[in-house]
Each structure stands twice: as structure tokens, then as C-alpha cells.
Ligand binder design. Structure first.
Ligand code: AMP
Ligand code: ZN
Length: 464
């Protein structure tokens, strides 16, 4: 099966046909670096990673660009609320620049731990002010902007198809809402450049043709993606929250600038990681969980990766520690199996492997169906006709998508405490102290090991 992807623009699965042979342009919206990313954000980056790995698996030459939003932006998706970066800086008594550098580094560390492939270009908004100003000037020349109350606005009424991604019904929405920013001509208009805003203490400011100020949120993604991927490119992704405002406005300003042609061919969006009552995990929320929190709780970052693979990216994923425990156990079992298969000296048979490789590829090429792909993983593990060698070869191939480090897993050393208890148990058995022997077996099992008796003494295995 060739690759099909669900395009938010058409609300359909479409065959993936790249615009150019020699480069597939992929742009993913990165984090706003005023705080740690939470595991909900990381679900979005894991989805990007599966998409990128699937493109590579299908031999498409991907060029991946991700932005870092390090310039202030308001806590609401509209032009209201507090400045996020400024809020972070005040909380931590640091400059906004220090806050941005700190959380960018933390974000990169998280990506690495989750085996997320690094983007080819990771670009900061603050390093591309010149490009953002140039794009706003282009829009100004074409008559898509107006200057009011010290700020430059994008005039959404100048575009006939504004809101096509989100299928916004503009009239109804405009009537239903009270206009908070009196300078706006139309409800959906948005700021391209601020010289006056609610955050006058803004530390990050640059000179511009409209006065000293800073860019609005959306312009950075249009400016940077087009700089690195050209005026038209293949895929743009982000979480579903970006559909109605951020991506809608990115499309508006980009298509206004490049003329009457589609800017991005495929738009892909991941659903949320949700908590108890189905509420979205949010940076501003109280219950947000980070990757280091999981690590402190005894989970490996790849347990979280495995957990995310178990649900399709277009379905909400309910987070609970019980569910994460399930992923942890399954990943450990998989590693043990891989270690066992790795030792197998049988001949590999490409003919026997072929149907499994095909079903796996079909699953992943069907709009990145990772739960189905994981089911194929376990079919391989359990299959009785495949040799251990075949199984190892197949799982290593699948890992190009799964990213679970299956090729480099190592035999886990038996903890010395478990060994000590096993020796103590052997002595108890030699003394015919069966009660003590049973107690020690029970203590060993609490470490996740099973002890058995052999002619030579004992053997220890990981429990299933
Ligand atoms: P932000 O830093 O808020 O711009 O978010 C970074 C990325 O994470 C965006 O693509 C968001 O859509 C995505 N995101 C935010 N919250 C969640 C969540 N709870 N589950 C999945 N993705 C999320
Ligand atoms: Zn963006």
C-alpha cells in the first residue's frame, strides 16, 4: 500500500504525492519556550516523528524544519491576555532571553530521550525578525494590512477563502462574539506587528518600519517555513488546537503573500493527550506532567513513546499511570524477546518475512496506524513458523518507525540483591527450610524475577 495521510484541509485520507521529487518539505510548529514542555506537547512531537520516519521509510527525501517560539506571545491564542515569555521571566526572575535558552535546551533533551529525530533546521523566531518584517511589508504592499492603534493588522476580509482549514462560519462567529480589540476591522483580523500592546514591559523589541516593537505570533511560522522550504511545500503539522487560529492565520498571510496558489499541500493534526475527565493537558493547567516527572517515577522515556504508539494520533489519548504501567511491561517483554531472538543462529528467510513486512508497511502507510503496527510486532513475536533470526530481522526493520532502540538493547544485568537472595534461598533449600525458601522466592519476585531450581543450583529469569 502506498502512503495515505489524512488531510485536515479536505477532511479525507489522501494518497501522498510530493510536490517535488528531490525534497519533501515538512514543517512542524515547535514549542513556546516559557516553561517545560509537558507530555501532551511531547505527544505532538512524537506524532511528527512517526510521520517523518514513515516518509523516510517510504524513501522520501525529507527536509524537516521546526520553529522555536522564543518571542513573547500572549497567553490566549488571540491578541489578548498576558505575554507568555514575560510571565515566565517574572516567575523565574530571569531575563526573557535566559528563560528562552533554558527551556529550549530542556526541550531538546526531552526530544533526544524520546528518540525523536532532530529536525534538519531548528529555527528561532528571534533569529528571523528580518524575514518576518519583509513578509509583513510584502503583505502591506499588496493591500492586506492596516495600521491602527500602533499595531499592524492583517485584514481577513481581503481574502475570499479565509478560514477554509477550520471551516469557520465567519458571519455566525463574528455575531456571536464581543470584539475585545476595538482596533480590529473584522473579528478574525490579527496583529502582524505590535508597537503598542498590553505588555509594554516587553524586553524583546526590534526597530521596524512601523516603530519599535515585536511580531505577532503567526508570522514567524510563515516567514521561516518559506525561507527554508520555499513558497510551496508538502506538509505542515501541529496539534488540533492550532486549526482555528494559528494555522488558519498562517495560511491567510502566506497565501495572501504568494498569490493565488495553495501554500501547503497536506495539513496534519494530532489529537490531545487528556486527563481524567477528558480535559486537555495544558501548560497553564495544574496537572501537567513532564518527562522528568515520569523518569522520577521509575519510567523510561521510551515507555512513554510506546504508550503513545498504542493510540492513533487522531484519537484522544487518556493518560493514566496504570496505562503507562501497561506500556512499560509490554516494552520490557519486547526487549526480552528481542534479546532472545538476537542470539538465534538460524538462517533468515526473506520469503517468510515478506508478508509480515507487508502488513506492517500497510498499517503504517494507512495514515500512520501505529496501534495496528504494534499488533503486527506482537504477531511476529508469537509466530511459530518464523525463526528467531527472522523475527529479529523484522523487528529491527520495524524499529525504523517505532524508534524503540530495539537494535541496541542490551541484556539487563541481574541486580546483585536478586543474586544474593537466590544464593540465600539455595542455602535454605539445602537446609530443607522450605518456608524460608518460599519467602525468598516471593522477595525475588518483587524485583520482577523468577527463580527456578536446576541440577547445578538455580536459574533466574525476568518474570513475564
Ligand atoms: P505550545 O507550546 O503550546 O505551542 O504547544 C506545542 C505543541 O503541542 C502544539 O503543536 C500543540 O498543539 C501541542 N499540544 C499542546 N497541548 C497538547 C496536548 N494536551 N496533547 C497533545 N498535543 C498538545
Ligand atoms: Zn506555527
Amino acid at each position: 500500500m502506498s502512503l495515505t495521510l489524512y488531510n485536515t484541509l479536505s477532511r479525507k485520507k489522501e494518497p501522498f504525492v510530493p510536490l517535488k521529487k528531490n525534497e519533501v518539505g515538512l514543517y512542524t510548529c515547535g514549542p513556546t519556550v516559557y516553561n517545560y514542555v509537558h507530555i501532551g506537547n511531547l505527544r505532538a512531537y512524537l506524532f511528527d516523528d512517526i510521520l517523518k520516519r514513515t516518509l523516510l521509510f517510504n524513501k522520501f527525501p525529507v527536509k524537516h524544519v521546526m520553529n522555536i517560539t522564543d518571542v513573547g506571545h500572549l497567553t490566549s491564542d488571540e491578541d489578548e491576555g498576558e505575554d507568555k515569555m514575560l510571565k515566565g521571566a517574572q516567575r523565574e526572575k530571569k531575563t526573557v532571553w535566559e528563560v528562552a535558552a533554558f527551556y529550549t535546551k530542556a526541550f531538546q533533551e526531552n526530544m533526544k530521550k524520546l528518540n525523536i529525530l532532530s529536525p534538519d533546521i531548528l529555527c528561532k523566531a528571534t533569529d528571523h525578525i528580518k524575514e518576518q518584517i519583509a513578509l509583513i511589508q510584502q503583505l502591506e504592499k499588496k493591500g492586506f494590512t492596516y495600521f491602527k492603534g500602533g499595531n499592524v493588522y492583517f485584514d481577513t476580509s481581503k481574502l475570499s477563502d479565509y478560514g477554509k482549514l477550520a471551516k469557520l462560519s465567519l458571519d455566525a462567529e463574528a455575531k456571536a462574539r464581543v470584539q475585545k480589540d476595538q482596533n480590529k476591522k473584522n473579528h478574525h483580523d490579527f496583529v502582524l506587528w505590535f508597537t503598542k500592546s498590553k505588555s509594554q514591559e516587553q524586553e524583546m523589541k526590534w526597530p521596524s518600519p512601523w516603530g519599535v516593537g515585536y511580531p505577532g505570533w503567526h508570522i514567524e511560522c510563515s516567514a521561516m517555513s518559506m525561507k527554508y522550504l520555499g513558497e510551496q511545500f508538502d506538509i505542515h503539522c501541529g496539534g488540533i488546537d492550532h486549526i482555528p487560529v494559528h494555522h488558519t492565520n498562517e495560511i491567510a498571510q502566506s497565501e495572501a503573500a504568494i498569490g493565488k496558489k495553495p501554500w501547503v499541500k497536506y495539513w496534519l493534526h494530532n489529537e490531545f493527550l487528556v486527563l481524567g475527565q477528558g480535559e486537555k493537558m495544558a501548560k497553564s493547567g495544574e496537572n501537567f506532567v513532564t518527562l522528568p516527572t515520569l523518569e522520577q517515577g521509575g519510567y523510561h522515556p521510551l515507555d512513554y513513546r510506546y504508550f503513545c504508539l498504542g493510540t492513533h494520533y487522531r484519537h484522544p489519548l487518556m493518560f493514566s499511570y496504570e496505562a503507562l504501567d501497561g506500556a512499560k511491561t509490554a516494552r520490557r517483554r519486547l526487549i526480552d524477546k528481542v534479546l532472545e531472538f538476537k542470539k538465534n543462529k538460524d538462517k533468515a528467510s526473506a520469503t517468510k518475512q515478506k508478508p509480515f513486512l507487508q502488513t506492517f508497511t500497510d498499517a503504517i502507510n494507512d495514515d500512520l496506524n501505529t496501534p495496528q503496527a504494534l499488533a503486527v510486532v506482537w504477531d511476529v513475536v508469537k509466530d511459530e513458523a518464523l525463526s528467531g533470526k527472522d523475527k529479529y530481522v523484522l523487528l529491527a526493520k520495524f524499529d525504523a518507525i517505532l524508534g524503540l532502540d530495539l537494535k541496541t538493547v542490551k541484556e539487563e544485568k541481574i541486580p546483585t540483591e536478586v543474586l544474593r537472595l537466590a544464593i540465600e534461598r539455595l542455602q535454605a533449600r539445602q537446609n530443607k527450610d522450605w518456608k524460608k525458601s518460599d519467602e525468598l522466592r516471593e522477595r525475588i519476585s518483587r524485583f520482577g524475577y523468577v527463580v527456578g531450581d536446576t541440577k547445578e543450583g538455580f536459574e533466574i529469569k525476568k518474570s513475564d
